[in-house]
Design a protein around this ligand. Structure first.
Ligand code: ADP
Ligand code: MG
Length: 487
């Protein structure tokens, strides 16, 4: 199927071509014809599946570009508002459609001015409610889109959303997109949608198969070492590391910086300007590693993120899905890596079941293993290097004093100096230990579900803790069975 199969007007077709889109994604295939036919829709599809174009293109097809607000898109965060706005601008500019981006934390007047000229408004719920309630703006959009609806409810925006809809015309088309479909979303849908068509990108497609999901079992105090070792080993092009708290973001940023990585943090407290600069640095490649909290990174659309690390396992399956959806975008391959402690094994197993994807557990490579893989890389790189004139001159000069083998050794040592792997040799638990722990975790699962007190008592109980500390202590290291690597 091609984009030309939809009956979209020529200025949109041209924009699609310029964007380099060849084939519609599954959610685009399903949603575009239904939206063009005027239906309300509720669509479930994961992040990175092209939802913006799925609603944006058909919405723009019917617009008159007469300077009135014809479409309203409500999104959870400022970042997402800017991204969606950029993407829509890209499609709409040839059709003369202007977009206005509306979010909190900046001056009102400029935003209001832009809204007055815009055909499409992309807004976060708080500021939009503000503007509507105070009567500073009026709009009569024929299409209203709720993007990432589950995120908005998670962030506590239900009241704002309901309130916003009291300002919307009764005669409208409403489109709702969400990565997950909890009850709260269905309830909201019943309220604001009119005889909606349901789109659900089937399970197999919605778990993004381009993402390999791995987890490593470590003790809590080993997280930093494990992270650095894995970054060393995986050698990501760009990666995002997710933390639970801002404090942790700051701490990790300084730790990783001290280890020589190009890293930057992103969290909710940052100034808007600073956030934009940071995100741009990440997109353009000056920064290789982003350390972020969930909220700060919602919707972050950077296409060449090769790895997502969960420094801490997220609290629920939904945020796991959202986090790992930052990689494997636009058809690229990605890896999602989660660090878990023995106590968190049950949680990762539950998430595995919820998201219906296979997760693999692996052992953190030893210093030697990483060193070896770096040497292999180096050898391959050397073998494929073109010999330059300058290099020939350099060797000639060196040959005045040294024989050729010594020169080779010296040059190799020089190269190798940048490839030293730091840290303790062995980090985390071995495979046999992990399997044993998983077995135990699964057995005890039925007993303590939903009973926090019980669970806490168990995990901090003297016996259990001592045993697991022994097992992961120095003495037992010899028995660690390392899985042979084939990657
Ligand atoms: P979502 O909202 O589902 O998370 P986006 O709409 O942000 O996804 O799209 C993710 C990325 O994929 C964007 O960079 C977008 O330009 C790109 N994209 C969307 N649809 C297509 C397509 N049909 N072909 C190629 N790239 C696409
Ligand atoms: Mg989106």
């Amino acid at each position: 199927m091609k984009f030309t199969d939809f009956d979209l007007k020529s200025t949109l077709q041209q924009a699609i071509e310029e964007a380099g889109f060849k084939e519609p994604s599954p959610v685009q295939k399903d949603a575009i014809p239904l939206i063009l036919d005027g239906h309300d829709i509720i669509a479930q599809a994961q992040t990175g599946t092209g939802k913006t174009a799925a609603f944006g293109l058909p919405m723009m097809h019917n617009m008159r570009a007469d300077g009135s607000v014809e479409g309203l898109v409500i999104v959870p965060t400022r970042e997402l508002a800017m991204q969606v706005s950029d993407e829509l601008y890209r499609f709409g500019k040839l059709s003369g459609l202007k977009t206005a981006t509306v979010y909190g934390g900046t001056a009102y007047n400029k935003q209001i001015e832009r809204i007055k000229q815009a055909s499409i408004v992309v807004a976060t719920p708080g500021r939009l409610q503000d503007l509507l309630e105070s009567g500073r703006i009026k709009m009569n959009p024929s299409v209203v889109v709720l993007d990432e609806a589950d995120e908005m409810l998670d962030m506590g925006f239900l009241d704002e959303i309901k309130n916003i809809f009291t300002f919307m015309p009764d005669k409208r088309q409403t489109l709702m997109f969400s990565a997950t479909m909890p009850k709260s979303i269905r309830r909201l849908a019943e309220e604001i949608l009119d005889k909606p068509k349901t789109i659900s990108i089937t399970k197999a497609e919605s778990t993004n198969e381009n993402i390999t999901q791995l987890y490593y079992v470590v003790q809590d105090r080993e997280r930093d070492d494990a992270l650095v070792r894995l970054i060393d080993y995986k050698n990501p092009n760009k990666c995002i590391i997710f933390c639970r708290m801002k404090k942790e973001v700051d701490r990790l940023v300084s730790h990783l910086t001290s280890q020589g990585f190009k890293v930057s943090g992103l969290h909710g407290d940052m100034e808007q300007k600073q956030r934009e600069v940071t995100i741009r640095g990440f997109k353009q490649g000056g920064i290789d590693i982003f350390v972020a909290t969930d909220v700060a990174s919602r919707g972050l659309d950077v296409n060449d993120v090769t790895h997502v690390f969960n420094y801490h396992i997220p609290f629920d399956s939904e945020s796991y899905v959202h986090r790992i959806g930052r990689t494997g975008r636009a058809g690229n391959k990605g890896e999602a890596i989660t660090l878990v402690t023995p106590n968190e094994l049950r949680t990762i197993k539950r998430i595995e079941k919820d998201v219906g994807a296979k997760m693999l557990t692996q052992v953190i490579p030893t210093r030697q293993e990483v060193q070896n893989s770096k040497s292999d890389e180096l050898i391959a790189k050397i073998a494929s290097t073109k010999i330059t004139e300058d290099a020939i001159m350099l060797v000639k000069t060196l040959q005045h004093d040294l024989d050729i083998v010594t020169i080779a050794h010296l040059l190799a040592s020089n190269l190798q100096a940048n490839h030293n792997v730091k840290g303790r040799d062995i980090i985390g638990l071995g495979l046999q230990e992990i399997e044993l722990l998983i077995e135990r975790a699964m057995k005890s699962r039925g007993n303590d579900r939903g009973n926090g007190r019980n669970r806490r008592r168990r995990s901090s109980g003297g016996n259990d803790r001592n045993r697991s500390r022994n097992r992961s202590g120095g003495g037992h290291r010899g028995s660690r069975d390392r899985k042979p690597r084939n990657d």
